[in-house]
Design a protein around this ligand. Structure first.
Ligand SMILES: CC(C)(COP(=O)(O)OP(=O)(O)OC[C@H]1O[C@@H](n2cnc3c(N)ncnc32)[C@H](O)[C@@H]1OP(=O)(O)O)[C@@H](O)C(=O)NCCC(=O)NCCS
Length: 160
């Protein structure tokens, strides 16, 4: 049994990411080639097989009016998290979000934001119940959620 999370260069690996996107998301929610470049992507590998990914953008947030990322210092935006259907409900979604939230805390971000469809109960259960995200804006059919991080939490970026 080998379970890994690895960072990938979205530019070099966009074909793999695109393939995963097609398996995970509806046509209207898929990213285009250039969109990947805004994100740091991490894959969950199960015995070397890419089972899911999380994509985050550092020091940026979603401008939902423009449906585009804007620079916001101190904010880590989770652009998407997705697990291939075969691998769902084993905890991999929790694992990848833990990875992203732990990264946010470790590197001194003050808040983490994420958007999802209001009716997406799977991701909302995870974000709200497991991680404590709160809805800060409703923009039907989308909701925007935020997790505020403690200023006291240890931060590598502030320690040196
Ligand atoms: C949302 C998603 C990432 C969850 O991944 P996952 O690996 O199945 O999640 P986990 O196994 O870690 O489950 C976490 C919790 O969510 C719950 N959950 C998972 N799927 C669920 C569903 N369809 N409905 C309700 N709850 C669900 C689980 O029961 C679990 O709660 P528990 O620990 O109390 O039992 C996955 O369903 C997915 O990829 N969906 C499609 C893509 C998507 O919508 N992404 C979010 C928008 S960016």
């Amino acid at each position: 049994m080998k379970l890994e999370i690895v960072n990938v260069d979205a530019k070099a690996e966009w074909r793999l990411l695109k393939w995963m996107d097609r398996k995970i998301f509806n046509r209207e929610n898929r990213l285009k080639k250039g969109d990947w470049l805004d994100y740091d992507c991490s894959l969950a590998l199960v015995d070397g097989f890419a089972a899911g990914y999380v994509a985050v953008s550092q020091h940026s947030d979603l401008d939902d009016d423009k449906d585009a990322l804007i620079p916001v210092p101190g904010t880590l935006f989770i652009g998407r998290v997705g697990i291939l259907p075969l691998f769902r409900k084993f905890g991999l979604g929790t694992l990848l979000l833990t990875w992203a939230v732990t990264g946010g805390r470790t590197f001194g971000f003050s808040r983490i934001t994420c958007d999802c469809r209001e009716g997406n109960l799977a991701i909302r259960k995870l974000l709200e119940k497991k991680f404590g995200f709160k809805i800060i804006k409703r923009s039907p059919p989308i909701v925007i959620l935020e997790l505020r991080l403690s200023k006291d939490s240890y931060s590598l970026s502030r320690s040196g």
